[in-house]
Design a protein around this ligand. Structure first.
Ligand SMILES: NC(=O)c1ccc[n+]([C@@H]2O[C@H](COP(=O)([O-])OP(=O)(O)OC[C@H]3O[C@@H](n4cnc5c(N)ncnc54)[C@H](O)[C@@H]3O)[C@@H](O)[C@H]2O)c1
Length: 363
């Protein structure tokens, strides 16, 4: 890591120029405390065009060369999931702070190694869970924290698509490269925002089932997704749907339902329904609407009451990138070591084990 970053913007390198990399680049570009020093990615044309857009001339095809650069303070890791751990470990060893995309890693063993390396290096390790920063999620969190719904005891978090496989045959659909299907891809977001809303309870047990009936039959690829590394379009090695019953400390429970491909309506929809002793809530986000439909259900002296809230939109990846830059500036890397995200990875490992052994797994 280069010295004397206190007085100047932090110099970052972004690895990956697909959808995720473009979100990180736009955020670093817009935020005053960062400067994009280098970009890496395998698609020469996209790299060239992206470099021109942001006025960056350090353009490298491979991540190995980017993490060697002397002038960097931090990197964003926006590449297929199998590369998250090796790049993070190499960057931390070079003394760089790391913001990695979700899922943190393919499994908990990789995630734990990343956390250990961040602690050893005394550097920040953050993971992109931008949905926590949505306006509707934050509004619901404030309502829950104020006790307006009483004690929450049951929730259902979900993310369902009809034809939402991120390009059949791309790295997303190959087990060794992605670590799993929708559970590890979008289920990780749902688990993150659901546990965040519920106040961060520990997961004590999971009972899961996964299915690969549609994807393996060739149904469900998202024609608009254009993910990198597509090979044989018939390659579909992961689940297309997962359902999980999650037990939480304090006896609350959470039902998690995620799918990339299912015979349902054509929307891409995620959200949560949540039941507390004094009221319930329902948040639905359809087709990535910046502001979802948020309703509260309460009882007004025996009369059922329904409140609709219109929240301001969140700032997407700007939320996580800004949080990452602030974490670096705070000088308190120990408080940002990726341990929470590693815990979510552990829960997902337990879900896959539960599905394969057909029994509840205690954590
Ligand atoms: N936070 C979110 O909501 C969100 C959304 C989409 C994707 N993601 C995550 O972001 C990551 C990337 O997903 P994507 O959709 O952008 O994928 P993508 O396939 O569109 O892009 C991947 C990028 O990685 C680059 N890459 C691959 N190998 C490389 C190497 N050896 N050196 C340098 N660059 C290399 C490719 O060139 C490509 O630019 C994944 O972990 C995914 O789960 C997160």
């Amino acid at each position: 890591m280069s010295s004397s970053s206190a007085e100047r913007p932090l110099r970052v390198g972004v690895i990956g120029v697909g959808w995720a990399g473009q979100q990180h680049l736009a955020a670093y570009h817009d935020l005053p405390d960062s400067e994009i020093a280098a970009i890496a990615g395998l698609e020469a044309d996209v790299l060239e065009e992206t470099g021109a857009r942001y006025g960056v001339d350090r353009l490298l095809p491979r991540w190995e060369h980017l993490v060697e650069l002397e002038e960097l303070d931090a990197v964003s890791v926006c590449v297929p999931t199998f590369l998250h751990a090796p790049i993070t470990l190499a960057a931390l060893e070079r003394g760089l702070h790391v913001l990695t995309e979700k899922p943190m890693a393919r499994n908990a063993a990789e995630a734990d190694a990343m956390v250990a390396a961040a602690r050893e290096a005394g550097r920040v390790l953050s993971v992109s869970f931008q949905r926590r920063g949505r306006g509707d999620v934050r509004k619901l969190k404030a309502i829950l924290d104020a006790g307006r719904l009483g004690k929450p005891y049951y929730a259902k978090g979900y993310w369902m698509r009809r034809t939402g496989i991120p390009t059949m045959g791309s790295w997303f659909t190959r087990a060794e490269l992605a670590g799993g299907g929708p559970l590890v891809d979008i289920g990780v977001h749902v688990l993150d925002y659901a546990l965040f809303l519920l106040g961060g309870p520990k997961v004590t047990a999971v009972s899961a089932a996964t299915y690969n009936l549609l994807g393996s039959a060739g149904f469900g690829s998202d024609p608009g997704s254009g993910k990198s590394g597509a090979v044989d379009p018939s390659t579909f090695e992961v689940e297309d749907l997962a359902t999980v019953f999650v037990r939480l400390e304090g006896d609350a429970t959470l039902l998690l339902e995620v799918s990339w491909a299912a015979h349902r309506d054509a929307t891409d929809e995620y959200g949560i329904t949540l039941f507390g002793t004094q009221g319930g809530a329902e948040l639905r986000v359809i087709n990535h609407a910046p502001s979802g439909s948020l309703r509260l259900f309460t009882d007004d002296d025996g009369v059922p009451a329904e409140t609709r809230l219109v929240s301001p939109p969140g700032s997407g990846h700007h939320f996580v990138v800004e949080g990452f830059l602030e974490a670096i500036r705070s000088g308190d890397a120990a408080a940002h070591d990726g341990a929470d995200a590693a815990e979510v990875t552990r829960v997902i490992d337990a879900c896959y084990r539960s599905a394969s052994e057909r029994r509840e797994i205690t954590l």
